[in-house]
Design a protein around this ligand. Structure first.
Ligand code: 5RP
Length: 226
């Protein structure tokens, strides 16, 4: 196992140790969250009863391979703990997510969760949002040209995410605009401005949602708490 995978595994293991029998567990998306799903699968195999709520089609398929019982039709109103990854976080535990394109379902799952535990490797450290990752904004295809123009007026240089030659399409059939805002001075204000643009479905800033960030670091983990 390489160093980064080991750090992801350490963070995922620490997060999964917080899962107790009969919990409803939000299952995040991305390579780090997938390790947590695999570890949860081992718990289920050993007889622990949990119910998972997947945040993407990819995660749903993975969880099914481990026979984790799932709720897939609609997100329940109460989820005990969600374990997910992040592309960036700041010292106030605000996040940028959506590198894998699952930000809409991830945010819905997170919003229902009593605890949102974020797991990352040591390449990710607390820094102002936007300083190392472009903000993903999910838009309905019909609106992507006008939304792109409005996001330019807000100070970014949006780029339509592509998958080979075609626009990348999310689980809900939408497009993603990856927006370079450089360092985001006021995430709350920008989040509010972007949410008001007609045609925007969701943006990748998770403000005040994470309760704990577990960072795999060498042979150990360190944690940030809200
Ligand atoms: C997907 C996400 C992921 O959680 C984020 O991209 C982190 O992924 P990884 O753990 O592979 O670095 O937000 O939409």
């Amino acid at each position: 196992m390489d160093n980064i995978t080991r750090e992801k595994t350490l963070a995922a293991t620490a997060a999964v140790s917080r899962i107790k029998p009969n919990m409803i567990v939000g299952l995040g998306s991305g390579s780090t969250a997938e390790i947590a799903v695999q570890l949860l699968g081992e718990k289920v195999k050993n007889g622990m009863q949990i119910t998972g709520v997947p945040s993407s089609v990819t995660t749903k398929k993975l969880a099914q391979t481990f026979d984790i019982p799932l709720i897939t039709d609609a997100v329940p109103a109460k989820i005990d703990i969600t374990i997910d990854g992040a592309d960036e976080f700041d010292e106030n535990l605000n996040l940028i997510k959506g590198g894998g394109g699952a930000l809409l379902h991830e945010k819905i799952v997170a919003s229902a969760s009593r605890e949102l535990i974020i797991i990352v490797d040591s390449r990710k450290t607390a820094r102002p949002l936007g300083s190392s990752f472009h903000l993903p904004v999910e838009v309905i295809p019909y609106a992507h040209v006008i939304v792109e123009q409005t996001l330019c007026q807000l100070g970014s240089t949006p780029k339509l995410r592509r998958n080979n030659d075609k626009p990348f399409v999310t689980d809900e059939g939408n497009y993603i605009l990856d927006c370079n805002f450089n360092t985001i001075a006021n995430p709350q204000k920008l989040a509010s401005d972007i949410s008001q643009i007609p045609g925007v479905v969701e943006h990748g800033m998770f403000i005040g949602m994470a309760t704990r960030i577990i960072i795999g670091s060498g042979e150990t983990t360190r944690e940030l708490q809200a």
